[in-house]
Design a protein around this ligand. Structure first.
Ligand SMILES: Nc1ncnc2c1ncn2[C@@H]1O[C@H](COP(=O)(O)OP(=O)(O)O)[C@@H](O)[C@H]1O
Ligand SMILES: [Mg+2]
Length: 301
C-alpha cells in the first residue's frame, strides 16, 4: 500500500483525538475507530496510540502480519493490509493499520436483508469460521492456535467473496500463551480500571475468541445490537444444525443462553466505554490535557 509515513506523521501532529476533524468515520468497533483521511481515499485506517517504545510497536506489527498470514493459510480472504508507525515530535509512538476499504460490510447488509438472504450470509460466515478451527486442529501438534471475532460487523460480502477484516487484534496462541501484547489494550482504559479489567474480564474475553461455539454464540447475541433480534431464532437453528452436520459435539445453543450472554456482554462493553468517556472528560476538561483515543459516539444496544 502506498502510504507515506511523513503524511501520517503530519496527520498525527494535527489530530486532536478528543475532537477529530477532517476524517471520515467508516465505523466503530468496541475498542477502535476506523476512518478515511482526505489524502488517501479508498484506504481504511485504524489508529493505535500509546506505545511505550519502538520495540513494542515493532513487535505488535510483526504479530499483526503473522496473524494475517495465518488467517490466509487457514483459507480466509483478508483485504490487502499494511502497517506504519510514526513518532511525533513530542515523542509519542502511534501505529496506523491500513486496509483496502471494503464495501458490503456485513451488519450494513443485514439491516434490510430478508430472512433468506440473512441466513445465506450466516451460512457462508459459519463456513469461513470453520476453516479457522480446521486449521487449529491441523496445527494442534505444534501447539498453535488462532482466534477470531466472528461478529457480523467483521465480515464484508463482495459478490461471491467473503472477507474477514477485523485483524487489528492479533489472536495467536502458542502452547496456550497469547502472543498479543495485552498491555496496549489495557492502556486504552482509564488507569483505575486497568487492574479491574485485567483481573476479572481480560482472560475471559480473550478465551472466547479461541472457542468455536463461543464465537458463534457471540455473533448471534450481537444481532440484538444490530437491531435484528428477529433473526436470532432462525440463526440459532442454523448454527445448531451446522454443528451437528459437521460432527461437533457442542451443547446446542439456546435462546435463553443468547439473551443472558448479551446482557452481560453489553454490560461489560458499556461500562468500558463509559469509563473511557469519564477519563476523557477528566483529562480534557479538568486537567486540560491531551486525550489519546478517538472514541465512538453513543452506541445503541
Ligand atoms: N477495510 C474496511 N473497509 C470499510 N469499513 C471498514 C473496514 N475496516 C473496518 N471498517 C468499519 O469499521 C468497523 C470497525 O472495524 P473493526 O476492524 O471491526 O474494529 P474493531 O476491532 O474495533 O471491532 C467495521 O464494522 C466497519 O464498519
Ligand atoms: Mg469489529
Amino acid at each position: 500500500m502506498k502510504v507515506d509515513a511523513e503524511i501520517l506523521k503530519d496527520f498525527e501532529e494535527r489530530l486532536n483525538p478528543a475532537k477529530p476533524e477532517n476524517i471520515k468515520i467508516l465505523g466503530y468497533g468496541e475498542i477502535s475507530t476506523v476512518f478515511e483521511i482526505p489524502e488517501y481515499p479508498g484506504i481504511a485506517f485504524k489508529r493505535i496510540p500509546m506505545f511505550r517504545s519502538v520495540k513494542q510497536v515493532k513487535k505488535y506489527i510483526d504479530t499483526y502480519f503473522e496473524y494475517v498470514e495465518l488467517l490466509r493459510m487457514a483459507g480466509l480472504k483478508i483485504p490487502e493490509s499494511d502497517a506504519i508507525y510514526v513518532t511525533t515530535s513530542d515523542g509519542r509512538i502511534v501505529l496506523f493499520l491500513m486496509q483496502e476499504k471494503l464495501e458490503g460490510i456485513g451488519n450494513k447488509i443485514l439491516q434490510n436483508a430478508t430472512l433468506k438472504d440473512a441466513l445465506d450470509v450466516f451460512e457462508s460466515v459459519l463456513k469461513e469460521m470453520k476453516k479457522v478451527w480446521d486449521f487449529n486442529d491441523a496445527r494442534r501438534e505444534e501447539g498453535l492456535q488462532i482466534g477470531l471475532d466472528g461478529q457480523i460487523s467483521n465480515w464484508a460480502i463482495c459478490g461471491e467473496d467473503i472477507y474477514y477484516f477485523d485483524t487489528s487484534t492479533p489472536m495467536i496462541r502458542k502452547n496456550g500463551v497469547d502472543k498479543l501484547d495485552t498491555d496496549i489494550f489495557l492502556r486504552a482504559c482509564p488507569p483505575g480500571a486497568r487492574i479491574l479489567l485485567k483481573k476479572f474480564f481480560l482472560q475471559e474475553i480473550l478465551d472466547r475468541y479461541y472457542d468455536f461455539r463461543s464465537v458463534v454464540l457471540d455473533m448471534i447475541a450481537n444481532l440484538f445490537k444490530e437491531g435484528r433480534s428477529d433473526l436470532i431464532p432462525p440463526t440459532i437453528n442454523l448454527a445448531n444444525e451446522f454443528f451437528e452436520q459437521h460432527g461437533y459435539a457442542f451443547e446446542p445453543i439456546q435462546r435463553k443462553e443468547v439473551e443472558k450472554y448479551y446482557r452481560e456482554d453489553a454490560f461489560i462493553w458499556s461500562l468500558y466505554l463509559n469509563l473511557r468517556k469519564i477519563h476523557r472528560f477528566v483529562v480534557t476538561k479538568i486537567l486540560f490535557g491531551r486525550y489519546e483515543f478517538i472514541l465512538p459516539g453513543k452506541i445503541r444496544r
